[in-house]
Ligand binder design. Sequence first.
Ligand code: CMC
Length: 392
Amino acid sequence: TGMVTVDPGFMNTASCESQITYIDGEAGVLRYRGYPIEQLAEQSSFLEVAYLLIHGELPSPADLTAFEDRVNRHTLVHEDFRTFMGTFPRNAHPMAVMASAINALATFYPESLSFDDPEAVELATVLILAKTRTITSYVHRSSKGEPLLYPDYSRGYVEDFLRMTFAAPYQQYDPDPRVVAALDKLLILHADHEQNCSTSTVRIVGSSHANLYASVAAGINALSGPLHGGANEAVLKMLAEIQANGGDATAFMTRVKNKEPGVRLMGFGHRVYKNYDPRAAIVKQSADDVLSALGAGNELLDIARGLEEIALHDEYFVSRKLYPNVDFYTGLIYKAMGFDESMFTPLFALGRMPGWIAQWREMMTDPQTKIGRPRQVYTGATERDYVPGDRR
Ligand code: CMC
């Protein structure tokens, strides 16, 4: 056995080769399959980006329509699954419910569990994309004790997600097209981000040849932590706390810089970006547009802007190259759209699903793939003899 070196947090370890997502953290560049994130956010749609990430190329119009139809037709969930979705405690965190639901999905579709049958993998892909939309809306509704609605095949992915989330039963509800467009764009921005914590989790679970459902459910659990996807919820809690304490951003920043235990500027900093997160730049613009279009209260947005303004000129943040990340402004938009804070991270998971699937599929077809099994450097006791209880 050769020399093993410890690399905490895998700061310097590449776990794979990948052709899906390119990040230049110094320059603040993000591309999916070579296409700049700015162009995709502006011109593409979430399902088209999903197709691009998973299949490697932009679809022809006919291929896109076929893909959208196939996903759309699978959005209905089994009646027993609806019952299952209603059995969680009302105050359960939606991320726990969502991870459980995606894991449980596997039990309904045994024909889609094979990792080496391309048709089964394609079926699992479509089923997960379709059902996650329904599940995310059900997670919201069951947390409120509201009846779960059925999908409407005549509507688009994001439009019907919003209808199933917010419509009253038996009532015509047409989501605001500006909200549909804004959420579509946010989902595109979240769709992949190469080997982050949750994606690495999906790959390592899948490397044991666990099925796609088990792998992405593990990804949801990894995403739930406040240092990862949970940051969007934590940002809003932080902004609300600053507001409740009179809106003094400078006082809060002093606590951050003094490294008070548990006090970080949430939504700031990134392992790879040492420059402005290109997603955050798009989201910031979008927050301005959406909040003013919806006439939503801007007080929290003002606090967020104030924090950013301080950070961009403060030695602590400048010297550590800490900039806003994707989570800094998203919560403000989700809140203006009517989502509870606990739904912010499930929305991240809904958006990230195509990336997790694409990465899992790339791994499964990569001849270099081996089971993920890191080494360690042992620092415990050397050999010693067992001591019976009466002599300890
Ligand atoms: N507020 C205050 N100080 C920070 C922050 C922050 N948000 N982020 C990093 N630092 C400091 C950190 O204390 C350390 O200082 P020092 O060198 O004096 O010890 C230095 O910057 C480097 O930080 P690190 O923790 O070693 O960096 P990392 O690459 O291990 O962590 C991170 C990256 C994203 C976990 C971290 O920046 C963080 O906790 N940010 C807040 C949570 C957050 O917004 N997460 C979302 C990430 S983006 C998308 C997503 O995954 O959801």
